[in-house]
Design a protein around this ligand. Sequence first.
Ligand SMILES: Nc1ncnc2c1ncn2[C@@H]1O[C@H](COP(=O)(O)OP(=O)(O)OP(=O)(O)O)[C@@H](O)[C@H]1O
Ligand SMILES: O=C(O)c1ccc[n+]([C@@H]2O[C@H](COP(=O)([O-])O)[C@@H](O)[C@H]2O)c1
Length: 197
Amino acid sequence: MNTATPGKKVGLLFGSFNPIHTGHLILANYMATHTDLDAVWLVVSPQSPFKVGQELLPESQRYELVQLAIVGNSRLQALNIEFEMPKPSYTIDTLDELHRRHPAYRFVLLMGEDNLPGLPRWKHAERILNEHEVYVYPRPGVDITGVNAHPGVKVVDAPLLDISATFIRDCVREHKSIRYLVPDAVEARIEQGGFWR
Ligand SMILES: Nc1ncnc2c1ncn2[C@@H]1O[C@H](COP(=O)(O)OP(=O)(O)OP(=O)(O)O)[C@@H](O)[C@H]1O
Ligand SMILES: O=C(O)c1ccc[n+]([C@@H]2O[C@H](COP(=O)([O-])O)[C@@H](O)[C@H]2O)c1
Protein backbone atom coordinates (compact mmCIF):
# COMPACT_ATOMS: atom_id res chain seq x y z
CA MET A 1 0.00 0.00 0.00
CA ASN A 2 1.28 3.49 -0.79
CA THR A 3 1.75 6.05 1.97
CA ALA A 4 0.53 8.84 -0.30
CA THR A 5 -2.93 9.54 -1.66
CA PRO A 6 -3.63 11.24 -5.02
CA GLY A 7 -2.42 14.84 -5.16
CA LYS A 8 -0.01 14.38 -2.28
CA LYS A 9 3.57 15.59 -2.27
CA VAL A 10 6.16 12.85 -1.90
CA GLY A 11 9.86 13.32 -1.18
CA LEU A 12 12.26 10.83 -2.78
CA LEU A 13 15.51 9.87 -1.09
CA PHE A 14 17.58 7.95 -3.61
CA GLY A 15 20.55 5.95 -2.45
CA SER A 16 22.61 2.82 -2.49
CA PHE A 17 21.69 2.25 1.18
CA ASN A 18 24.68 -0.03 1.62
CA PRO A 19 23.45 -0.14 4.38
CA ILE A 20 20.69 2.25 5.47
CA HIS A 21 21.67 4.04 8.68
CA THR A 22 20.33 6.44 11.30
CA GLY A 23 21.55 9.45 9.28
CA HIS A 24 19.24 8.48 6.39
CA LEU A 25 16.36 7.71 8.75
CA ILE A 26 16.49 10.89 10.83
CA LEU A 27 16.71 12.94 7.63
CA ALA A 28 13.84 11.07 5.93
CA ASN A 29 11.61 11.34 8.98
CA TYR A 30 12.47 15.03 9.43
CA MET A 31 11.57 15.77 5.82
CA ALA A 32 8.31 13.81 6.16
CA THR A 33 7.26 15.64 9.33
CA HIS A 34 8.84 19.13 9.29
CA THR A 35 8.20 20.18 5.67
CA ASP A 36 5.17 20.29 3.38
CA LEU A 37 5.83 16.70 2.27
CA ASP A 38 3.21 14.06 3.06
CA ALA A 39 5.59 11.11 2.82
CA VAL A 40 9.15 10.15 1.96
CA TRP A 41 9.98 7.17 -0.21
CA LEU A 42 13.42 5.61 0.06
CA VAL A 43 14.41 4.49 -3.43
CA VAL A 44 17.04 1.74 -3.38
CA SER A 45 19.35 2.12 -6.38
CA PRO A 46 20.87 -1.21 -7.50
CA GLN A 47 23.80 0.67 -9.03
CA SER A 48 24.50 4.39 -8.68
CA PRO A 49 26.20 5.79 -11.82
CA PHE A 50 28.94 7.34 -9.66
CA LYS A 51 29.58 4.32 -7.42
CA VAL A 52 30.47 1.66 -9.96
CA GLY A 53 32.83 -0.93 -8.53
CA GLN A 54 31.87 -0.43 -4.87
CA GLU A 55 31.48 -3.42 -2.54
CA LEU A 56 27.72 -3.46 -2.82
CA LEU A 57 25.54 -5.91 -0.97
CA PRO A 58 23.00 -7.50 -3.38
CA GLU A 59 20.13 -5.09 -3.99
CA SER A 60 17.51 -7.42 -2.46
CA GLN A 61 19.40 -7.47 0.83
CA ARG A 62 19.87 -3.69 0.87
CA TYR A 63 16.12 -3.34 0.21
CA GLU A 64 15.34 -5.79 3.01
CA LEU A 65 17.44 -3.71 5.42
CA VAL A 66 15.53 -0.55 4.41
CA GLN A 67 12.22 -2.33 5.00
CA LEU A 68 13.38 -3.52 8.43
CA ALA A 69 14.53 0.00 9.31
CA ILE A 70 11.18 1.70 8.66
CA VAL A 71 8.76 -0.82 10.18
CA GLY A 72 6.00 1.08 11.99
CA ASN A 73 6.61 4.48 10.34
CA SER A 74 3.64 5.09 8.05
CA ARG A 75 5.22 8.18 6.49
CA LEU A 76 8.20 6.26 5.11
CA GLN A 77 8.18 3.65 2.36
CA ALA A 78 10.86 1.52 0.66
CA LEU A 79 10.85 1.37 -3.14
CA ASN A 80 12.51 -1.24 -5.36
CA ILE A 81 11.26 0.33 -8.59
CA GLU A 82 14.81 0.59 -10.01
CA PHE A 83 15.42 -3.17 -9.75
CA GLU A 84 13.63 -3.87 -13.05
CA MET A 85 15.08 -0.82 -14.82
CA PRO A 86 18.34 -0.61 -16.82
CA LYS A 87 21.56 -0.19 -14.81
CA PRO A 88 23.18 2.06 -13.72
CA SER A 89 20.18 3.80 -12.18
CA TYR A 90 19.54 7.23 -13.69
CA THR A 91 17.30 9.35 -11.50
CA ILE A 92 15.45 11.06 -14.38
CA ASP A 93 14.38 7.66 -15.75
CA THR A 94 13.04 6.64 -12.33
CA LEU A 95 11.24 9.97 -11.95
CA ASP A 96 9.60 9.46 -15.37
CA GLU A 97 8.52 5.95 -14.37
CA LEU A 98 7.14 7.18 -11.05
CA HIS A 99 5.12 9.87 -12.85
CA ARG A 100 3.71 7.21 -15.17
CA ARG A 101 2.66 5.05 -12.21
CA HIS A 102 1.40 7.90 -10.00
CA PRO A 103 0.28 10.72 -12.31
CA ALA A 104 -1.45 12.66 -9.51
CA TYR A 105 1.52 12.81 -7.16
CA ARG A 106 4.11 15.58 -7.00
CA PHE A 107 7.61 14.24 -6.48
CA VAL A 108 10.36 16.22 -4.76
CA LEU A 109 13.98 15.16 -4.95
CA LEU A 110 15.76 15.11 -1.57
CA MET A 111 19.44 15.73 -1.92
CA GLY A 112 22.37 16.16 0.45
CA GLU A 113 24.69 19.09 -0.16
CA ASP A 114 27.43 16.56 -0.94
CA ASN A 115 25.55 15.44 -4.05
CA LEU A 116 24.72 18.92 -5.27
CA PRO A 117 28.06 19.88 -6.90
CA GLY A 118 27.81 16.74 -9.07
CA LEU A 119 24.20 17.32 -10.13
CA PRO A 120 25.05 19.11 -13.41
CA ARG A 121 26.72 15.84 -14.54
CA TRP A 122 23.58 13.76 -13.91
CA LYS A 123 21.60 12.52 -16.90
CA HIS A 124 19.24 15.32 -18.05
CA ALA A 125 20.07 17.42 -14.99
CA GLU A 126 18.27 20.42 -16.51
CA ARG A 127 15.03 18.40 -16.82
CA ILE A 128 15.34 17.21 -13.21
CA LEU A 129 15.64 20.83 -12.06
CA ASN A 130 13.02 22.29 -14.37
CA GLU A 131 10.36 19.67 -13.71
CA HIS A 132 10.88 18.97 -9.99
CA GLU A 133 11.50 20.76 -6.77
CA VAL A 134 14.73 19.76 -5.00
CA TYR A 135 14.99 19.99 -1.22
CA VAL A 136 18.64 20.23 -0.21
CA TYR A 137 19.80 19.46 3.32
CA PRO A 138 23.15 20.13 5.04
CA ARG A 139 25.99 17.64 4.95
CA PRO A 140 29.22 18.00 6.95
CA GLY A 141 32.02 19.99 5.37
CA VAL A 142 30.11 21.10 2.28
CA ASP A 143 29.49 24.73 1.41
CA ILE A 144 26.66 25.27 -1.03
CA THR A 145 26.39 29.03 -0.86
CA GLY A 146 24.42 30.19 -3.88
CA VAL A 147 22.89 26.86 -4.90
CA ASN A 148 19.37 27.93 -4.15
CA ALA A 149 19.69 30.39 -7.03
CA HIS A 150 17.61 27.93 -9.06
CA PRO A 151 13.93 28.59 -8.24
CA GLY A 152 13.21 24.87 -7.75
CA VAL A 153 15.91 24.38 -5.12
CA LYS A 154 14.96 24.89 -1.48
CA VAL A 155 17.45 24.53 1.36
CA VAL A 156 15.93 22.76 4.38
CA ASP A 157 17.57 23.19 7.77
CA ALA A 158 17.55 19.49 8.73
CA PRO A 159 19.71 18.01 11.51
CA LEU A 160 23.31 17.34 10.55
CA LEU A 161 24.52 13.80 11.27
CA ASP A 162 28.02 12.76 10.36
CA ILE A 163 27.21 9.06 9.76
CA SER A 164 27.98 7.25 6.51
CA ALA A 165 27.46 3.75 5.17
CA THR A 166 31.22 3.61 4.56
CA PHE A 167 31.83 4.14 8.28
CA ILE A 168 29.31 1.43 9.19
CA ARG A 169 30.91 -1.09 6.80
CA ASP A 170 34.34 -0.27 8.25
CA CYS A 171 33.03 -0.82 11.79
CA VAL A 172 31.51 -4.18 10.84
CA ARG A 173 34.74 -5.29 9.18
CA GLU A 174 36.74 -4.29 12.26
CA HIS A 175 34.25 -6.01 14.61
CA LYS A 176 33.33 -2.69 16.21
CA SER A 177 29.83 -1.94 17.47
CA ILE A 178 27.29 -0.29 15.14
CA ARG A 179 24.67 -0.03 17.87
CA TYR A 180 22.54 3.15 17.47
CA LEU A 181 24.21 3.89 14.12
CA VAL A 182 21.58 1.62 12.57
CA PRO A 183 18.23 0.42 13.99
CA ASP A 184 18.42 -2.72 16.15
CA ALA A 185 16.68 -4.86 13.50
CA VAL A 186 19.21 -3.76 10.87
CA GLU A 187 22.12 -4.48 13.20
CA ALA A 188 20.73 -7.96 13.93
CA ARG A 189 20.24 -8.76 10.22
CA ILE A 190 23.77 -7.58 9.33
CA GLU A 191 25.14 -9.75 12.11
CA GLN A 192 23.05 -12.78 11.15
CA GLY A 193 23.88 -12.43 7.42
CA GLY A 194 27.60 -11.93 8.07
CA PHE A 195 27.52 -8.92 5.70
CA TRP A 196 30.87 -7.18 4.96
CA ARG A 197 32.78 -9.69 7.06
N1 LIG B 1 24.24 11.02 7.61
C1 LIG B 1 23.43 11.39 6.61
N2 LIG B 1 22.49 12.33 6.81
C2 LIG B 1 21.69 12.71 5.81
N3 LIG B 1 21.76 12.25 4.53
C3 LIG B 1 22.67 11.32 4.28
C4 LIG B 1 23.55 10.83 5.28
N4 LIG B 1 24.37 9.91 4.71
C5 LIG B 1 24.01 9.85 3.41
N5 LIG B 1 23.01 10.69 3.14
C6 LIG B 1 22.37 10.94 1.86
O1 LIG B 1 21.54 9.84 1.56
C7 LIG B 1 21.56 9.59 0.14
C8 LIG B 1 21.94 8.16 -0.09
O2 LIG B 1 23.15 7.95 0.51
P1 LIG B 1 24.03 6.66 0.29
O3 LIG B 1 23.16 5.47 0.21
O4 LIG B 1 25.00 6.89 -0.79
O5 LIG B 1 24.71 6.60 1.74
P2 LIG B 1 26.14 7.01 2.22
O6 LIG B 1 26.13 6.87 3.70
O7 LIG B 1 26.54 8.37 1.68
O8 LIG B 1 26.99 5.86 1.54
P3 LIG B 1 28.56 5.59 1.33
O9 LIG B 1 29.26 5.91 2.62
O10 LIG B 1 28.60 4.13 0.99
O11 LIG B 1 29.02 6.48 0.20
C9 LIG B 1 22.57 10.58 -0.46
O12 LIG B 1 21.81 11.65 -1.03
C10 LIG B 1 23.37 11.07 0.73
O13 LIG B 1 23.74 12.43 0.56
O1 LIG C 1 20.87 10.17 -12.71
C1 LIG C 1 22.10 10.32 -12.62
O2 LIG C 1 22.82 10.65 -13.58
C2 LIG C 1 22.73 10.05 -11.25
C3 LIG C 1 24.10 10.27 -11.03
C4 LIG C 1 24.63 10.00 -9.76
C5 LIG C 1 23.80 9.56 -8.72
N1 LIG C 1 22.47 9.37 -8.99
C6 LIG C 1 21.59 8.82 -7.94
O3 LIG C 1 21.76 9.48 -6.71
C7 LIG C 1 21.59 8.58 -5.64
C8 LIG C 1 22.69 8.72 -4.63
O4 LIG C 1 23.87 8.42 -5.30
P1 LIG C 1 25.16 7.97 -4.49
O5 LIG C 1 26.18 7.78 -5.57
O6 LIG C 1 25.46 9.10 -3.54
O7 LIG C 1 24.75 6.70 -3.79
C9 LIG C 1 21.53 7.18 -6.27
O8 LIG C 1 20.21 6.74 -6.24
C10 LIG C 1 21.97 7.39 -7.70
O9 LIG C 1 21.31 6.54 -8.62
C11 LIG C 1 21.95 9.61 -10.20
